[in-house]
Design a protein around this ligand. Sequence first.
Ligand SMILES: C[S@@+](CC[C@H](N)C(=O)[O-])C[C@H]1O[C@@H](n2cnc3c(N)ncnc32)[C@H](O)[C@@H]1O
Length: 542
Amino acid sequence: MPGNKRNTTKKKSAQRTNRLNTEFQQLSLSNVTEKTSEDDLLPHSNKYRIAYSDRYGRYLLAKRDLSAGELLIVEKALVVAPCASGEPVCLGCYKPVTLTTSQYRCPNCKWPLCNEQCVGIHQSYGHTAYECELLQRENTGQRLHTITPADKIKNLYELIAIVRILLMKLHDTDQYKRIQLMESHVEMRKEQYSDLWQYYEENIVQELRENWHLSNDFTAEEIHIVCGILDVNCFEIGQNSAKARALYPGAFLLAHDCCPNTAHTDDPETYEISLRVSRNIKKNESITLSYAYTLQGTLKRRDFIQKSKLFWCCCQRCTDPYELGTDCSALVCSFCQKGLLRSSNPLAQDAEWRCDKCDFIMNSQEVLKLLDKLNNVLDSIDVHDVQGLENFMKRYAALLGSNHYLLLYVKYTLCQIYGRIEGYLISDMSFEDLKLKEKYCREFLQIADILQPGLTKLRGLIMYELHAPIMMISQCLWRQHLITRKEFNKRLREVTELLKKSSLILRMEPKGSNDYQMSLAAEEGLKQLENNSNKETKNKMK
Ligand SMILES: C[S@@+](CC[C@H](N)C(=O)[O-])C[C@H]1O[C@@H](n2cnc3c(N)ncnc32)[C@H](O)[C@@H]1O
């Protein structure tokens, strides 16, 4: 694949950024002082310790070498609540609901719930009696069903997490105190982010203190702090169509990196988080996770991190215009149509983008405009619309580098639906379509190997997807005597390897999740392969 072949200049660039990054890490490590008692936040561990640097604040450092797959943290949530995106969900279990009259609603507060048997009713991680009483008192359930603009509905859902934490101040002070140990960046928000501050002041603080009559219980500052804590520390969680956000007592301490060394998953029933080492970590290396979607380009990723977590990421990937060799932000030069455009300085959001073959330059605003436009086009395509997704690939290949993150997203989506939806079931797929699924899976896996290396769910899922077309294609070629026995066996060995790795990775996902189910399917596939091979040996011996 052209985009993945790194020429010497790119290699030099990667080496340069590697060196810079090591120097940066040494610098920040030399600043380390112990500030917080570990016992306040996390139980004692022989795997990590809490360190402090001026740059990261508190963060976790490896106490010893850690191996991929090691479990680091398993803990219960301090609070679980609907996401700030405002999509209507059940207040008990976070599965999608509608705001139509046929939707089941809580008989008291009238907020939609999935049904009267929802497991989250009267649970600390769901719809509690205290919350129900407050929502009922303020008649918010009725309002939710009568207000029209989508942003007002969003505001009401956004308030739930904030209200749940504030109610802890009155009913669960220990839990409230633990949450108060988290960073809110409240001063920075007030002084340097006036738009953000104003948004919360009008939509949350005034709403709760004036319209919800909570001014005697909570000061404006207390509410702003809770808003900040949620923005900075919450995890987006949810399995099997549920979507929620949650705060965890220790996991929030991990520093961010756009190519992290841990992976995490949440239990669909208990919302417990499990954080594992995804690739080997050296003693004294910082333990990191990604606060942003890793399959996004640097310009957008850094912008997201800065707006939500209030810092500019300067990790190795952000520093490198080639994004660790993936080149997943590069655009095709619209002038010479031969070269690729990349940021001349990825750590400066407004740096120009330059072509590597001609003098063409694009300013970063134009790049952002183009990315937003294409993103909107992509958003308008249904994720099951094979034709629509394929057309997007064809249409925008002239603008986007072959590994561009928007194309990667399309490839990933296609890999998942080829073989699964009507008209594209694996047994009905044409040889060409099977080849295409194999190609996209391989291309995607090459990038995932760099951006989410090691034991990560993304790799596990795509390896599972990849095994099927290789198997089908090999059988077809073998039946038609187009490949030798040796070649067929080689391909079977690859299929076996893929299934083994995929099952190893996905077995770490919580039981009851779709991903765990896939690990079982991978194991089943392995058994079948073994049975077939045993049968063949027996036949040969006859
Ligand atoms: C979820 S908190 C992590 C814990 C936090 N350091 C503390 O002391 O509470 C996220 C905050 O940590 C800091 N941080 C985390 N990763 C960072 C990074 N890679 N570069 C700079 N600051 C980082 C930022 O202040 C960010 O808003």
